[in-house]
Design a protein around this ligand. Sequence first.
Ligand code: NAP
Length: 259
Amino acid sequence: MDLGISGKRAIVCASSKGLGLGCARALAEAGVDLVINARGIEALEAAAQSIREEFGVTVSAVAADITQAEGRAAVLKAAGSADILVNNAGGPPPGMWTDWSREDFIRALDANMLTPIAMMQAVLPGMMDRGWGRVVNITSQSVKAPIPQLGLSNSARAGLTGFVGGTSRQVAPSGVTINNMQPGIHATDRADSLDAGVAKAEGISVEEARQRRAATIPARRYGTAEEFGATCAFLCSQHAGFIVGQNILLDGGAINSTM
Ligand code: NAP
């Protein structure tokens, strides 16, 4: 399917690895020029080079912390006028509800709620002026079904989801859509480190920890960054203009609900 976005320009935050990289690659395959971002320069430059070679699009790589104002400014400057924005960043650490101070909450809200909101506030006016834009926020299945030990993430991502619910209706008349993607368990570095933690705690191999977790998913496997990216690219396509303010769950059926 021709996604109809060849020649558009996208910012993909936190995209040297994992789900962000999956989104960047799928957009590049559709002919979209990219600004990609991560803090570590080595993996970022490697990702940029392989995308350029494979898909022939223009890729600018901005090594910066997207949760800091200077990092966001550097990414926005490199992008100029962006047609597509994919918001992403690392997730907050796990813990118990008794663990977290006001400062911990502020840090989590900054990274996973206020950072994507600031990026949207920066790019939405231009998109609305030009009459076309696509924003996709990577959130989590935990917005739909809370993961108890991820209280900081549950809180920040729920806040972002509320903002998107209202704002997406305000910008839709200008041809701009905002939607959220809610990943369940996907095979990325983050999933590997969670499995390694379980393996250590329970004295089992990492492979066994992975198999146990996969067995809890009706699809009996982890999701891939490639299929996650393909869904992101579709949401950014010309065909998705009537999808507004939705939360798309990609979890292999893990959350047991009718709707
Ligand atoms: P990942 O494989 O660890 O990749 C994270 C990417 O983001 C890396 O490129 C990393 O590069 C970059 N990054 C992290 N913090 C950043 C920051 N402050 N500024 C700029 N770049 C940053 O993680 P993932 O699995 O793709 O997860 C992506 C998001 O989805 C996270 O918020 C995670 O909580 C959420 N999620 C993931 C899953 C899953 O199963 N994978 C499930 C639910 C939710 P640097 O470290 O070099 O900056």
